[in-house]
Design a protein around this ligand. Structure first.
Ligand code: A3P
Length: 291
């Protein structure tokens, strides 16, 4: 079935078809807005399928995030902690041995009910300062552009980002949904920040292991996990130096760009910084969350 013909009523409370959804062009793609968030069509279709068919198991772990907030790092850390001898996780639900690990950029409201239910499955959410997340996103989408096309126009992309128009945006609403839920149910959702993971990797990784029910026995085990998942090591792996993402064609190198905090200073002007900081403080007001 063509995705345009799908009946959206199960997923989007207000609209019956893609043609009725608000649409915006973003980074050369069409984004559609459904229940407050912007999606590329395949993601919305996948969310609908998961909503109707996904059955969580008690020992499932879901890694959730906005784009470019440290997903790749966590995607390495979680299996290393869960099973120190594990291979990389595959996404195929069929016949996957427990514990299963999944990852998603979907907002909390669009997760399948069974993963949100009071069962013992767990959700790990990672976020990052939006200025760094935006700059990382801009570089990421530039990585699939040709020399002739040149980089995406930074000012327009930034303007859209500030208005919440980007894949799985608005960023702040995405963060707040998971944050509020993690405050209500700290045993169900662990809320992590990229900056904290950079500042205190040992402490944060121990916290993560405890949450996953796999506390470390020895300090050397923490060192081993941190080394296996370090930016330098992952970036240097053959698969990450030469691999290409089969979906849109992102080179794997684009997932390992700089890995630092505060790189936004090299791309955003003072005015842009002020604008996004103001949006952030206004959105976060009263939430108890500081980004
Ligand atoms: P930069 O573009 O700022 O370098 P995601 O994995 O959610 O797509 O996020 C990508 C960001 O995480 C990129 O940020 C990338 O460099 C950084 N990153 C990837 N692996 C990392 C690791 N092992 N340690 C620290 N940062 C990492």
């Amino acid at each position: 079935t063509d995705w345009r013909d799908l009946d959206l009523r199960v997923s989007c409370s207000l609209y019956a078809s893609f043609d009725e959804l608000p649409r915006e062009t973003w980074s050369g793609f069409d984004l559609y807005k459904c229940d407050g968030f912007w999606y590329l069509p395949p993601h919305l279709v996948a969310a609908m399928e998961a909503q109707s068919s996904f059955k969580a198991r008690d020992d499932d772990v879901l890694l959730a995030s906005s784009m470019k907030t440290g997903t790749t790092w966590l995607k390495a850390l979680i299996p290393c902690i869960m099973d120190p001898y594990a291979r990389l996780v595959n996404d195929d639900d069929d016949g996957m041995p427990s514990p299963r690990l999944f990852r998603t950029h979907l907002p909390y409201t669009k997760l399948p009910e069974s993963i949100k239910s009071p069962g013992n499955s767990k959700i790990v959410y990672i976020t990052r300062n939006p200025k760094d997340a935006f700059v990382s996103l801009w570089h990421f989408f530039n990585s699939i552009r040709t020399v002739e096309q040149g980089p995406l126009p930074l000012i327009q992309m930034f303007d859209k980002y500030c208005n919440g128009v980007h894949a799985f945006g608005p960023f702040h609403d995405h963060v707040l949904e998971y944050w509020k839920e993690s405050v209500k149910r700290p045993g169900k959702i662990l809320f992590l920040k990229y900056e904290e993971l950079k500042r205190d990797p040992r402490g944060e990784v121990k916290k993560l292991a405890l949450f996953l029910g796999r506390p470390f026995g020895k300090e050397e085990e923490v060192d081993k996990v941190l080394w296996r998942c370090s930016f330098e090591r992952l970036k240097s792996l053959e698969v990450n130096r030469n691999g290409v993402d089969p979906w849109v064609g992102f080179p794997h190198t684009a997932y390992f760009r700089l890995g630092v905090v505060g790189d936004w200073k090299n791309s955003l002007t003072e005015e842009m910084k002020e604008r996004l900081d103001q949006i952030t403080s206004k959105k976060m007001e009263g939430s108890g969350l500081d980004l």
